[in-house]
Design a protein around this ligand. Structure first.
Ligand code: PBG
Length: 324
């Protein structure tokens, strides 16, 4: 047997290619900030910006033209408070963006996904309501559910096609499902970040979304990177509670988790190639140590091969330009 026979030229290689990668598989995250005409660069994420709503519309138009599958929206509110009011208020920054984006023809071609979490909106930077006693603090699970549900409902009312809770509170999928149904939003799907690990690779995001915890860390709600079986239990629970799709996060350091999820469940699976994965590749590109186009596409193909149906990635536009 000579394995090289089928590698001899491009048409042969194309014929036997097992995994596809298309612009429609990619979801592009956007960070929306107040103001007009604003494009503030994120220093640790070359090519990524905080965008005012009008600029986000331009990004949406370009994404639609490139055939990208959808957008994932994060918000930087004008002000923050203990409860994260900016996450659910009628005129919150993501709600404004959703209403405006929905009026753009580009939105007909894109799935608009709203990230449901409080950390960008709370003064303490945690993903839920915090109770303190002395030096100890706790992110209080059950009171947070109500705030998350309110957030998801207001985003869906403002035009989100999908809501995506990323907070890792227990029971949030069923709380959000009940609230959506009660508000007459029975057709709004939930993409749950079912398996989300407490990861150093979220570092640059916290600059982009201004969401670093002011004290402590997220290890009492996000998972320990050592635990694959626990990830499977999180996935089972979220599906039982009504998740329509699940998201695995981060992607590259956790490809085994993506693969195990793919073999275990039949719901659509996404993987999030997070900020630190993007930044570390960019750092190597800037030094000339890795080839931008090839390394980028290889990283995305690996995530698809592991079993992800779609990928949330800051490379979405760059990759779509090459693939299209
Ligand atoms: C909100 C949230 C985070 C990310 C997505 N949603 C930050 C965190 O959990 O600290 C990270 C995304 C990225 O790093 O690109 N909870």
């Amino acid at each position: 047997m000579r394995m090289r026979r089928m590698r001899r030229n491009q048409p042969l290689r194309d014929l036997v290619r097992e995994t596809s990668l298309e612009p429609g598989d990619l979801i592009y995250p956007l960070f929306i900030c107040p103001g007009k005409g604003i494009r503030n660069p994120i220093s640790s994420m070359p090519g990524v910006f905080n965008l005012s709503v009008d600029e986000a519309v331009r990004e949406a138009e370009e994404a639609a033209q490139l055939g990208i599958g959808g957008l994932l929206l994060f918000g930087l509110p004008e002000t923050k408070d203990e409860q994260g009011t900016g996450a659910w208020e009628e005129n919150g920054i993501v709600q404004q963006a959703l209403r405006t984006l929905k009026q753009s023809p580009a939105s007909k071609k894109l799935v608009l996904i709203a990230d449901v979490c409080l950390c960008e909106y709370t003064s303490h930077g945690h993903c839920g309501a915090v109770t303190k006693s002395g030096d100890e603090f706790d992110v209080d699970n059950d009171p947070t559910l109500e705030l998350l549900a309110r957030t998801a409902v207001s985003q869906a009312k403002a035009g989100a096609d999908v809501v995506a809770p990323s907070d890792m509170m227990d029971g949030r999928v069923s709380a959000i499902r009940k609230a959506l149904d009660a508000a007459g939003l029975k057709q709004t799907p939930i993409l749950s970040y079912a398996s989300k690990f407490a990861s150093a690779f979220y570092g640059p995001f916290r600059e982009a979304a201004d969401s670093a915890p002011q004290f402590g860390d997220r290890r009492s709600y996000q998972m320990d990177g050592a635990n694959l079986r626990e990830a499977m239990r999180e996935i089972d629970l979220d599906i039982e509670e009504g998740a329509d799709m699940i998201l695995m996060k981060p992607a590259m350091p956790y490809l085994d988790v993506v693969r195990a999820a793919r073999e275990r469940v039949d719901v659509p699976i996404g993987a999030y190639q997070v900020s630190g994965e993007y930044s570390m590749l960019h750092a190597a590109f800037e030094k000339g140590w890795l080839d931008h186009d090839r390394a980028m596409l290889e990283s995305l193909l690996g995530i698809r091969r592991a079993g992800a149906d779609f990928i949330v990635t800051y490379f979405a536009k760059d990759a779509a330009k090459l693939l299209g």
